[in-house]
Ligand binder design. Sequence first.
Ligand SMILES: [Fe+2]
Length: 252
Amino acid sequence: MKPKSFNSVDDFSKVKVKDLVTQNFHASELFEKLGIDFCCNGNRPLREALEEKQISNEKFLEELNKVNQSISSDNQRYSEWDLNFLAQYIVNNHHTYVKNAIPNIATHLEKVFNAHGEKYSYISEVQKEFRLVANEMISHMAKEEKILFPLIRYLVDTKNFSEKPKSGGYGTIKNPIRQMEAEHVSAGSAMEKIRALTDNYSLPQDACTTFQTTYKELDEFEKDLHKHIHLENNILFPRAIELENILVNETR
Ligand SMILES: [Fe+2]
C-alpha cells in the first residue's frame, strides 16, 4: 500500500494527524521533528495542529512529499497486520524495550543526579517524573498483557471460529481501551514534562558522558513511546472495537 499522495494543501481539509502516520509510518519522524503529537492527540485535524505550531500548510506538504518519496519498500504495513500479530509485535518490540530501558535510564539518572544534582536542580525533577512514567508503564503494560490483549485474542478467535462472543464481565472492550488511552496520556505528558525540564534535552557545557547518554536514552524512550502509543491508539484499539461491533451485530 502506497501512502496517499497530496497534490495541494486543499487535500488536507479532512486529514487527521494520525491518518498520515497510519498510512506511512515514516511520517512519524516528521511529526517528531515538528513537535506535533501524533499518538495521544492523533485524532485532531492536521490543519489545526499545523496552525498551533505556526507551520505553513505548503511547507508541510513539501516535507511530507519528501518523506513519502523516500519511503523504503519494506515499509511495515501495521494497519494490514492480523490483530493478534500486531498485539504480539507490540509486546515483543515495545514492551520489551520499555522493560529493559527503565532500569538502565534510572541507573544513569541516579549517577547524573549524584554528580550534577547540586548544580542543576532540575535533575531531581526529571528523576521524579521518570519514576512516575516507569511505575505507570510497568503496571500499564501488565494490564495490556494480562487483560486487554488476551481479550483481543479472544475476539479474533471467536471471529475465526464463527462463534458467538461470550460476555466476559467487562461490558465492552471499549472500557479497558478507554482506561489504557487515559494512561497513555499520562505517560505522554510526563515525558513531555521531562523534555521541557531539560529544555529539549540541551546539555550543559560541562556534561559528562553519562549525562549525554542519559539524555539520548530519554529522547529515544519518548520517541519509542510515541510509536508504541500510535500503534495502540490509532491502529490496534480502533480495529479491536470494530471487530467487537461486527461480532455483536452478527450474533444479534
Ligand atoms: Fe499501551
